[in-house]
Design a protein around this ligand. Structure first.
Ligand code: ZN
Length: 306
């Protein structure tokens, strides 16, 4: 009897140790669509997660060149974190179909959409996909407002806890620490970005709407005639006139060619500035906070030039 109890206890200990070792030895495999989300997931998951982003911050998010390696990476994922609002609509659904990993599909527990709870800008009255509009659910570039970074972080923490409730306390603690760090940065940006208030600009794409609203810049127009649609000559003529009338100071572009920005700059005297619409492309933008920092600093530097 005594021996049986002893053996039972040994088995129980082995089982607990074995389970515990397994849980801690295998980090949760997280795939994110953009580097912003991989950075924030690392801040919240720390040593419990192994995170990779499919894109590197150099791509135009509506036309990401898909690599064959994306499929096995998605197939092995425990969690998928996406921006949502159709930002990934042109490339992710086909990959998800090929990856055969049902638990990360939209609507499933392991599919974390960080746009939940975001006040979406520019929601169209009627959806016109036929016209090629790549923002059918409204503007999906909400990551450029750091206040939305708080929502993204919270959604990631909630999503991780939903799938791994045994680590909820750790995720919550790391979330609080990250939000405190982000809040400090937001306070700093509100102060240093004060000279950007009222600055008139033209964006290449519509990525700058949330950033502009947060920091008080005024978007006069976009080089694209519609989100995702390259300009016609007539659109550029009308835009040039508007830029001259409104005395537009800056032209902001991102991963696109600088051809149209330079052309408009030479015709209007506005300055050209290249910014990042997701984190990751440069050493100065390898975290979400550094990426917002980079954009604020680059805009201030562009304003001071000349
Ligand atoms: Zn867009």
């Amino acid at each position: 009897m005594k021996g049986k109890t002893f053996l039972g206890a040994v088995f129980a200990i082995l089982l607990i140790v074995g389970l515990g070792t397994d849980l801690y030895a295998q980090p949760i495999r997280v795939i994110t669509t953009v580097p912003d989300l991989s950075d924030i997931t690392k801040q919240i998951g720390k040593e419990l997660v192994n995170v990779e982003s499919l894109t590197r911050g150099v791509e135009f998010m509506h036309a990401v060149p898909v690599k064959p390696s994306f499929v096995p990476r998605l197939n092995r994922a425990d969690i998928l974190v996406v921006m949502g609002l159709d930002l990934e609509a042109s490339w992710l659904p086909a990959l998800l179909e090929a990856a055969s990993q049902p638990k990360i599909l939209p609507g499933q527990a392991a599919h974390i959409d960080t746009s939940v709870g975001v006040a979406v800008a520019e929601v169209p009255q009627s959806i016109d996909r036929a016209g090629g509009d790549v923002h059918p659910k409204g503007n999906p570039h909400y990551n450029l407002d750091p206040h939305n970074g708080r929502i993204m972080a919270r959604n990631i923490a909630v999503g991780l806890s939903r799938n791994y409730p045994q680590h909820k306390a750790a995720f919550d603690k790391n979330l609080d620490a990250y939000l405190a760090e982000l809040d400090n940065a937001i306070e700093r940006w509100q102060t240093v970005a004060a000279p950007l208030k009222g600055v008139k600009f033209v964006g290449y794409h519509g990525d700058w709407a949330y950033f502009a609203k947060r920091f008080g810049l005024q978007q006069i127009g976009t080089i694209e005639s519609k989100p995702g649609i390259e300009p016609t000559p007539n659109h550029l003529i009308a835009l040039t006139q508007k830029m001259q009338q409104e005395k537009v100071q800056l032209i902001i572009y991102g991963p696109q060619s600088d051809r149209f920005p330079r052309q408009l700059a030479s015709q209007t005297g506005a300055r050209v500035v290249r910014l990042q619409s997701t984190a990751g492309a440069l050493p100065d933008t390898d975290s979400y906070i550094k990426f917002i920092d980079y954009n604020v600093k680059s805009l201030l530097a562009a304003m001071q030039k000349g």
